[in-house]
Design a protein around this ligand. Structure first.
Ligand code: ACO
Length: 363
């Protein structure tokens, strides 16, 4: 039995390759750097879904259908009642997604991608006592998300930064949420069910729930000179440092650098490197040093969540929403994996080893 299925191969995929020793990520034959340099959410979603949907999808048709689906899905925002709005954003988003019909076709897939984009801005605004803003189907998905959040047209740099984020986290091998999506797909339950399972796996702090706590950590540390004592105390308590360590990477997560570059670009557009980034880099250096001392036998490096936190914060998003923004990007990967599983896979049903007591005679 392999605890946590570590090193167990449970699927063949054409979607992404995570090389944990070299620190390299390839998505459908394109390296992460190339994908981020010349991509958009729509182009990456098209790349991921290519050949996996019942009919051919090109970038232009996906872009048009996503815009139409955003406009259509907005009516479901009405279902966000007081009970739903009292939940953290990721749970509120899951509750709204759970009301959507299930199925296997491209309409269902596109509706799920559109829904994640529309529901988060609406939930955040309603939780702040503001009116949700209806989608503009002529805009790109990233531009429309920023506009629905803030009510004003976003700058080109903000759109590029959000695109860079959504592309960077669009797919990543057989991570926990993607595996959950494939398990559900293997039962033929439908794409909505796959996405609901995936989002439930994503929200945990050991997976996509880490970036909110990264901001809490930075805020509690407050100044570079506090980093070492704060981090040492956290490790002495047995806490894990959020934004560090990875099941597959034994070197720095390449997504961390892609996102750091996006934060720098966004900061430069608004007139230079903000103190926040310089401070975060100091905390990162201290954390890496302490982790090396604390766990000399385990290579623990920066993961995607550390710079996710900084990028989403720089875009003005509240930490409680970070997992939902992760879901907005990863939903394309979840859907592609679910379709791939359905096309070629069997029911996923592993074995367990019974270690309980022997059967007893009934009393
Ligand atoms: N801080 C402190 N110690 C750590 C950390 C960390 N961030 N990560 C791993 N370790 C330690 C563990 O305590 C463990 O020590 P032990 O052997 O004495 O028990 C050892 O390193 C190995 O850790 P595992 O839990 O076996 O490694 P695993 O591959 O299961 O964990 C994980 C990967 C869950 C990401 C882990 O590194 C972690 O908890 N990181 C912090 C949370 C985080 O950043 N999550 C986001 C991950 S990226 C993503 O999912 C999108």
């Amino acid at each position: 039995m392999k605890n946590g299925l570590e090193d167990v191969v449970a699927a063949e995929t054409q979607l992404s390759d995570v090389d944990g020793e070299a620190g390299r990520l390839i998505i459908r034959g394109v390296s992460l750097d190339d994908l981020v340099a010349d991509s958009s959410y729509e182009r990456t979603a098209t790349l991921l879904l290519d050949g996996l949907m019942p009919e051919a999808l090109d970038e232009a048709s996906l872009t048009r259908r996503l815009g139409e689906a955003r406009a259509d899905i907005f009516r479901h925002v009405e279902a966000a009642d007081a009970t739903i709005l009292a939940l953290p954003p990721v749970d509120a988003m899951r509750a709204l997604l759970a009301r959507l019909p299930d199925g296997e076709g491209s309409d269902v897939a596109i509706r799920l991608m559109a829904a994640s984009a529309v529901f988060l801005p609406a939930i955040l605004r309603l939780q702040q006592g503001r009116t949700p803003i209806a989608p503009d189907q002529e805009l790109s998905q990233s531009a429309d998300i920023m506009r629905m959040l803030n009510g004003t047209p976003p700058s080109g740099e903000q759109i590029s930064a959000l695109d860079a984020y959504l592309v960077t986290i669009s797919d990543h091998g057989l991570n926990a949420s993607t595996f959950a999506s494939r398990v559900i797909a293997s039962t033929q339950a439908g794409l909505t069910s796959s996405v609901l399972a995936a989002i439930s796996a994503l929200k945990g702090p050991l997976h996509g729930g880490a970036p909110g706590p990264v901001i809490e950590m930075l805020d509690e540390i407050g100044a570079p000179e506090n980093a070492r004592p704060w981090l040492e105390k956290a490790l002495a308590r047995g806490d894990r440092l959020m934004g560090f360590g990875h099941r597959i990477y034994r070197v720095r997560d390449p997504r961390a650098d892609a996102l750091k570059a996006a934060v720098r670009k966004l900061a430069a557009a608004s007139g230079g490197l903000p103190g926040r980034l310089v401070f975060a880099e100091a905390v990162e250096r201290a954390a890496l040093e302490i982790l090396r001392e604390h766990k000399p036998d385990r290579a623990l490096d920066t993961n995607v969540e550390f710079y996710t936190a900084l990028l989403l914060e720089a875009l003005g998003l509240p930490p409680a929403s970070f997992t939902c923004v992760f879901a907005m990007g990863r939903v394309a990967g979840w859907l592609a994996h679910a379709r791939e599983q359905l096309a070629g896979g069997k029911l996923i049903r592993p074995q367990s080893v019974y270690v309980g007591p022997e059967a007893r005679a009934a009393a």
